[in-house]
Design a binder for this molecule. Structure first.
Ligand SMILES: [Zn+2]
Length: 182
């Protein structure tokens, strides 16, 4: 899956937990790919979509950071982003490994997506809409919050979503805007 779609999905997952973690979730949303890249650079042999894409590892990271220790939700945000990445990759034909001890690939919704096809934008769009809907209707959501730390994220998220839906924004523009918002 392309990075801009991973970023969209990671930000959407982050928004559900708490908008303040969106920036780290965005960083984590591409982590399984760039960690793989770094491991290769330092000479560690890794399979593509191997050890960095194990669903269980990211779930364990989420559990660790939400239950045991974290620093300003950074670990949680990062692992939510990484989890969103492997979930998104599970929509593709190649799939991802669910556990480190099994070679079986994990697929969601039949794993029909091909990387780079229009389908992955559709999936990212649907996930963004679902998450935005969740955030909007959830009674504890930050739309009701007057906390200065959290207000201001929703308008960004919403405007961008609207523009994306109407086809105004493409991946490159989104990347640019993402930097503004970070
Ligand atoms: Zn990946």
């Amino acid at each position: 899956m392309k990075w801009q779609n991973h970023i969209i999905i990671g930000a959407s997952f982050g928004a559900i937990i708490n908008p303040v973690i969106i920036p780290v979730a965005v960083l984590g949303s591409t982590a399984p790919d760039w960690i793989e890249y770094i491991l290769k650079i330092v000479g560690i042999k890794v399979k593509h979509r191997g050890v960095t894409h194990v669903v269980l590892y990211w779930l364990a990271a989420i559990a660790f950071f939400s239950l045991i220790a974290d620093y300003h939700h950074i670990g949680l945000g990062f692992s939510i982003g990484g989890f969103s990445h492997v979930i998104a990759d599970s929509f593709t034909i190649a799939g991802v490994p669910f556990s480190p001890t099994s070679d079986a690939r994990f697929h969601l919704f039949g794993g029909k997506l091909r990387t780079g096809n229009a389908g992955e934008y559709v999936v990212a769009g649907i996930i963004a809409v679902l998450c935005a809907t969740w955030v909007y209707y959830s009674p504890t959501s930050f739309k009701n919050s007057h906390d200065a730390e959290t207000s201001g994220f929703m308008p960004f998220f919403y405007d961008w979503k609207k523009e994306y839906d109407s086809g105004v924004v493409d991946g490159a523009e989104w990347k640019e805007n993402r930097l503004k918002f970070l």
